[in-house]
Design a protein around this ligand. Structure first.
Ligand SMILES: [Fe+2]
Length: 295
């Protein structure tokens, strides 16, 4: 399957204004063309949206959006889903709310919702961070970042992503009794990580383990850390550096409760060439988890 990148994340929220202030003032994202009581687009680049916030009854992730290069690759992917017996639903209304040409909704074997799409919209408006302290976000061919999903049906879900969708294994780790697989689909070290855990595990918040977004420099991570601190945000992990992708980052709690990893400096991998390694220690330094349950 010719899947290219993580294109966007869709979130359901009870309070869109909380996302608007968190997204712009803390993360440094820009409000897009949709800015109503029930739909908010946040921009990271020249695309009209990279995070879509929809008004709903709860604060929870709706779906991760996965991009195909064009209609032919998209149709080919749906044919492969048909052949594999994976159900999906074409959804023109969702496509309109995401400003993409065509879209299909499906579930992975652990119940995480995915949206396959092609034809995202560029609006010709240059990205300018309202903070003045983010020069740009690293997107392009590597997509908007990475998501980490809880996958109770781990083996089946791993086969779904690697054997059917075409992800490759970057590295793997036993994360304190839970297996973690870090998966790449382009040169980003991982666009997706899957963790062997139930959806109600203590580190799964609002349906997600975390979303990562990346900036070019350490300085921009420092500025963001200052903004989050001054805004009184809760942190999930302190500043630190991962062993596997070498990313230096911190984890801040979003209005949907799931943490957002804000980082820089990740290494690249080569699709089709990378050798998967066992990396049983997640961090080189830092990343102290701050809200481990006491019980
Ligand atoms: Fe991460």
């Amino acid at each position: 399957m010719k899947l290219r990148s993580l294109g966007y994340l869709v979130v359901e929220a009870t309070d869109l204004s909380a996302w608007k202030s968190f997204g712009t003032e803390v993360l440094g994202l820009q409000v897009g063309q949709r800015d109503s009581d029930d739909l908010l687009w946040l921009r990271m680049d020249d695309r009209v949206q990279r995070i879509v916030i929809e008004r709903g009854e709860r604060d929870h992730v709706v779906a991760s959006g996965w991009e195909f290069r064009n209609d032919l690759d998209f149709e080919e992917a749906l044919a492969e889903l048909d052949a594999a017996g994976v159900a999906y639903r074409r959804d023109a209304e969702r496509a309109e709310r995401r400003a993409v040409a065509d879209l299909a909704v499906l579930e992975d074997p652990s119940g995480n919702i995915l949206e396959f799409y092609w034809g995202p919209t560029r609006d010709g408006v240059p990205f300018v961070s309202p903070t003045g302290r983010v020069s740009r976000f690293l997107t392009g061919d590597e997509g908007m970042g990475h998501v980490v999903l809880a996958c109770p049906n781990f083996r089946e879900t791993d086969a779904f992503y690697r054997r059917l969708l075409g992800f490759e294994l970057s590295d793997f780790a036993d994360m304190g009794g839970a297996m973690g697989h870090f998966l790449h689909i382009n040169t980003r070290h991982h666009s997706l990580a899957i963790v062997e855990a139930p959806q109600d595990a203590w580190f799964v918040k609002g349906g997600l383990v975390h979303l990562m977004i990346e900036v070019p420099t350490y300085e921009e991570v420092g500025f963001a850390l200052d903004r989050a601190t001054k805004a009184g945000c809760d942190f999930f992990e302190t500043l630190g550096q991962h062993e596997n992708d070498r990313m230096t980052s911190f984890y801040v709690r979003s209005p949907a409760v799931f943490p957002i990893e804000f980082g820089t400096g990740a290494i690249k991998v080569a699709y089709g060439e990378h050798v998967a390694e066992n990396i049983p220690f997640p961090d080189r330094w830092g990343h102290v988890v701050l809200d481990v349950p006491s019980a």
